[in-house]
Ligand binder design. Sequence first.
Ligand SMILES: [Zn+2]
Length: 174
Amino acid sequence: MEFNKTILIERDDGDATLLEPGRWATFHCRQCNTVLGDSMSVCGELKCLDSIIFCGVTDNVEVSREMECGNKGELANCIFSSLMCGECGCTVGKVVHAAPQHLAAARSLFLLHKMLVACYVLDTCSMVKASALSFEIKPLMESINEVRQQFELYFDDMKSRLAEVRKIRSKVDK
Ligand SMILES: [Zn+2]
């Protein structure tokens, strides 16, 4: 949905676009728009369960007391509880308590199902389906290389400024 003076229009851009770092968003129940989480708590995406991984969610998310045991698909041999919207009672995701190695990274984290949540992107003031966005985290080495390149640019800039200052000082000293 997009705020357009008095109406909200739902946007569906087709292909998933990456929600880049620095772009803030809130996540809402698609049924009743209750706030479930924000982009500062997003740890990535679990494609095999079509879910966004959160390290924390709002108090509006209720964890079911009932623990389920998966017996097929990706959740085979997993113990998990459902996450529900505290406002409308809809299921919005899962929290995995115990899992085999392939889901080890998601243990004890909150998994909000992309099809069940909407995403409000703050800088564009637009509501988009979470399924239209990608929350993949770049590999750490890629991020380190980007930061290193930035530092090298700053360092070169500092060196040339220092050289200019030295040139001016030598003229003044004469
Ligand atoms: Zn709801």
